[in-house]
Unconditional design. Structure first.
Length: 197
């Protein structure tokens, strides 16, 4: 049995349409990036540009995307079977590729693990399932309180009603937001922020 408050919260999430993320966030591409058989994702930093990178692990190999431009910068269709999925490593990592080939990347998704749910300057991401098994990604600037109507201090930015959610969260820098399902990757980015020191 759920409480009256829980019922109201459930109804609030169901009533909220998917909407654009607020400024300063912007979609990296105009559409979701298809990745069939996606198992998980992880973040790294490009050693030259400093951009956030997103590593994707799928049944068809590994891919590496620039999180600012959305460009696929590396692809390995035939990774070593002994290290091709994060469950082969106790710390859920896979070897990097392309410009980060000497780095191990923590992967969150089907095999466990997780991404950052908050940023250093107060953004939060929650995954809610008021109509399970369909997950919704809720971006908020109110610390995850989700008070008031959608579009004020919280935004329903993603609805996974067609594929299984694998991972959702921020890069360690807090400049990239990613949502990965079993069939695609969606990215948002923002310019660097300056904390109030």
């Amino acid at each position: 049995m759920i409480t009256e408050y829980q019922q109201q919260l459930r109804e609030r999430y169901i009533a909220a349409d998917v909407m654009r993320a607020p400024e300063p966030w912007r979609s990296v591409t105009d559409h979701r990036t298809p990745v069939g058989g996606l198992l998980g994702i992880g973040f790294a930093v490009h050693p030259d540009s400093g951009h956030d990178l997103v590593m994707v692990v799928s049944r068809d190999g590994h891919g590496l995307f620039d999180a600012v431009t959305g460009e696929k910068i590396a692809r390995d269709r035939d990774p070593d079977p002994d290290t091709s999925t994060p469950d082969a490593s106790p710390d859920l990592t896979c070897p990097g590729l392309g410009p980060i080939e000497s780095t191990r990347v923590h992967i969150a998704g089907l095999f466990g693990g997780g991404l950052h749910s908050t940023t250093p300057d107060g953004w939060a991401l929650d995954v809610v399932s008021p109509e399970w098994p369909h997950d919704r990604a809720i971006l908020s600037a109110d610390g995850g309180a989700h008070q008031g109507p959608a579009g004020g201090t919280w935004w329903h930015v993603f609805h996974s009603d067609y594929s299984e959610l694998r991972a959702a969260g921020f890069s360690p820098s807090g400049l990239t937001l990613a949502v990965a399902t079993s069939s695609d990757l969606t990215l948002w980015t923002r310019p660097e922020f300056h904390s109030a020191d």
